[in-house]
Design a protein around this ligand. Structure first.
Ligand SMILES: Cc1cn([C@H]2C[C@H](O)[C@@H](COP(=O)(O)OP(=O)(O)O[C@H]3O[C@@H](C)[C@H](O)[C@@H](O)[C@H]3O)O2)c(=O)[nH]c1=O
Length: 391
């Protein structure tokens, strides 16, 4: 085989199931692989409209366009644009690849002219123990091709966590100067936030817990600002304030000592900065959950609900890992708080919120150390590049 003619590009296929998590994760990975490994990346996405919420400069009517060194291509079943075998084919979250893609890689496999791509299924992140045993396993297809299961994870034996090389340096520089957060709040059009006020970001699914927390914050001794990007969290707050049902970005509402600020959605860099700038973050899903950890601030995780409450098993597995180095009383309270939030248990949630004070010193210290421990020296992209080399 002539190595010079071996295609070097990587293809990542993403199907947007609902929400922004699938595209959020694949977009981060694509950007990082292009920027840090100079790889030629095609990110194939079926729903450009959803994608444009987290990449506002994307044009949802264009089938091919380029941002951050990544070529974004729209795909449908059947595939309209041409697919050529590259060095790697990533099927994100078991999305069903177009038949043409399977036919093309099968033809590569059968020909002596070209090597088929290393074919991987990028799985969802979980802190459960079994992940170590399944990461990297091949599955033999009818065609004779192998598809590998690539599992992100929190331990050295998993596929790692998405984290850009200079992210922690950028975050530390940002957080070292309190003026950065005030400037960001100004840019977002948020008024009335003083340096000493408590600021909480809320990016969750629907839950009565938001209502309960906002009621509590209304009567808090100090000023609290809740920053809420347009989206599902607002559905849960219209009971507290009916005007929120039709809220627009830029509006703000005063309720006692609580101010609710409605934000536009921004790109991922803007979202990261928002998390770095708040005292506490309420996040959800898979990607914002990880970014809240990288923000080195206390957070509540509203996990994506799964059938038979399987998500609670995933939540407990993470909490066990996250709380391992926390003082036992704080670990107990933090676990109870997160479980209560995810089970709509408003009474326990409020009790734990009041007892724990999420911004306590050990919790803050832990939030700062955790990202370093969780990464286990290497991030997902570097482990992935190595995995491909070894395959
Ligand atoms: C609020 C906001 C979010 N974002 C990004 C951050 C993330 O990349 C993305 C949100 O993704 P997540 O936090 O993962 O939550 P999500 O609920 O949107 O996505 C979910 O989709 C399901 C199908 C998955 O199974 C879940 O695990 C989860 O990933 O949106 C912005 O870029 N700008 C914004 O202003």
């Amino acid at each position: 085989m002539d190595n010079n003619s071996t295609p070097q590009h990587w293809d990542i296929f993403c199907a947007v199931v609902d929400n922004y998590g699938d595209i959020g994760v694949t977009w981060r990975l694509a950007k990082q692989l292009a920027a840090e490994y100079q790889l030629e990346i095609n990110l194939w996405v079926d729903d450009l409209h959803s994608f444009s919420h987290i990449l506002p400069s994307l044009n949802p009517t264009l089938a091919i366009q380029s941002f951050n060194g990544v070529t974004i291509k729209q795909w449908h079943q059947p595939l309209v644009l041409e697919y050529r075998c590259g060095a790697v084919l990533i099927e994100a979250f078991a999305c069903e690849l177009p038949d043409t893609v399977i036919d093309t890689i099968t033809a590569c496999h059968r020909s002596s002219q070209q090597r088929p791509p290393v074919w991987l299924n990028l799985e969802y992140l979980s802190a459960e123990d079994w992940v170590e045993g399944c990461h990297g396993l091949p599955s033999l297809q009818h065609s004779g091709l192998k598809k590998y299961f690539y599992f992100p994870g929190f331990t050295a034996k998993t596929g790692g966590l998405i984290c850009e090389r200079s992210l922690f340096t950028q975050r530390d520089e940002w957080q070292a100067d309190p003026q950065n957060k005030l400037d960001l709040f100004n840019q977002l059009g948020l008024s009335g936030i003083a340096a000493q006020d408590t600021v909480v970001s809320i990016f969750s699914y629907e839950t009565p817990c938001l209502n309960a927390l906002c009621k509590l914050w209304q009567t808090s001794a100090q000023k609290i600002h809740a920053l809420i990007p347009l989206g599902r969290s607002l559905n849960s707050l219209s009971q507290l304030l009916p005007a929120l049902a039709n809220a627009r970005a830029g509006q703000q509402f005063e309720l006692g000592n609580l101010t609710l600020h409605i934000l536009p959605m921004t790109d991922q860099t803007g979202f990261d900065r928002l998390l770095w700038s708040c005292d506490i973050n309420i996040v959800r899903g898979e990607d914002s959950f990880l970014r809240a950890q990288w923000a080195a601030k206390p957070f509540i995780w509203h996990i994506y609900a799964q059938e038979d409450d399987y998500h609670l098993i995933k939540l407990r597995a993470f909490l066990q890992l996250y709380c391992h180095n926390l003082p036992p009383e704080i670990a107990k309270g933090y676990t109870a708080l997160n479980l209560a939030f995810n089970q709509d248990d408003t009474t326990t949630l409020i009790e734990q919120w009041q007892t724990l004070n999420l911004a306590n010193r050990p919790m803050m210290r832990h939030a700062k150390q955790w990202p370093i421990d969780a990464l286990n020296d290497t991030d997902l992209a570097s482990r992935l590049v190595q995995f491909v080399k070894n395959s």
